[in-house]
Design a protein around this ligand. Structure first.
Ligand SMILES: [Zn+2]
Length: 261
């Protein structure tokens, strides 16, 4: 049993690129010609476990910014990847308290291409929200899908950005193009969460009508903030801003719908 454990231990160290000789050298420190072998061995025994733990920890530590940059690399986002990645990591830290965990999880799932669309599994289905017969069931499409953008505009008061910024507005909450204020970040996170829930819901349970899709998105936005005071206040604030707009939300959404299609 002890022998088997010892073999497993050596195999684990080898898989991490660590040899016992190297670890013993680290534990023993610089060699002193006048030091006896027994004394050096005693020091190695004393420090060996600590050195192994330190070396294993240093190898298993993940750099979150590098990981984020790698994950975002699949999207053709505008902006500089070296700036976008740390901003996204920082935004997730802000969202930890600014929204409920389910909303933050949806944002991370979107950043990391975690939606179970047909395109992700090499399929070629069309947009489940049926915005057009050419649109693919693909995360990059949902970022610009007129149904989802209409909801963002009319219910969350999200402003329409230039066409080349729309992908990033959804996938990376717009952090690829500029810093985003916390309140705006929360509204975009609610938007992403609602879209994710609606697409998954329609994928599994079928499509009704465009009106039902809009109602469903609104319902998921309310669920996004349920039981969370900060994001509830921000969602309520959307309606205040919305009412003071110079054009009605309905007019804006029609305009957006026509342009997006
Ligand atoms: Zn669509």
């Amino acid at each position: 049993m002890v022998l088997r454990r010892g073999i497993c231990f050596h195999v684990q160290l080898a898989s991490e690129g660590l040899s016992t000789n190297h670890l013993q050298d680290l534990a023993g420190g610089p060699r002193d010609p006048e030091e006896s072998n027994a004394h050096r061995l005693q020091r190695i025994r004393k420090k060996f476990q600590r050195v192994v733990r330190r070396e294993l920890d240093s190898r298993s530590r993940v750099d979150p910014v590098a990981r984020m940059r790698h994950k975002l690399g699949r999207y053709a986002l505008s902006g500089l990847p070296g700036i976008t990645a740390p901003r996204c990591v920082r935004s997730l830290q802000i969202l930890e308290t600014a929204v409920s965990p389910r909303v933050a999880a949806a944002v991370l799932r979107t950043l990391w291409n975690g939606w179970t669309t047909s395109h992700r599994f090499q399929g070629s289905e069309t947009c489940v929200l049926r915005c057009s017969e050419w649109a693919q069931d693909k995360l990059e499409h949902y970022a610009v899908c007129p149904c989802i953008r209409k909801f963002g505009r009319t219910f969350l008061n999200l402003q329409r950005g230039p066409a080349n910024c729309q992908l990033g507005q959804f996938i990376a909450l717009g952090l690829n193009d500029a810093k985003v204020a916390d309140e705006e970040l929360v509204r975009r996170a609610i938007w992403v969460y609602s879209a994710y829930r609606a697409v998954m819901e329609v994928s599994h349970n079928g499509y009704g009508s465009q009106e039902e899709v809009q109602d469903m998105l609104k319902q998921f936005a309310r669920e996004a903030v349920r039981g969370h005071s900060t994001s509830t206040a921000i969602l309520d604030g959307c309606f205040v801003n919305w009412n003071s707009h110079s054009i009605t939300a309905f007019e804006a959404s029609l305009d957006e719908w026509q342009e997006d299609i």
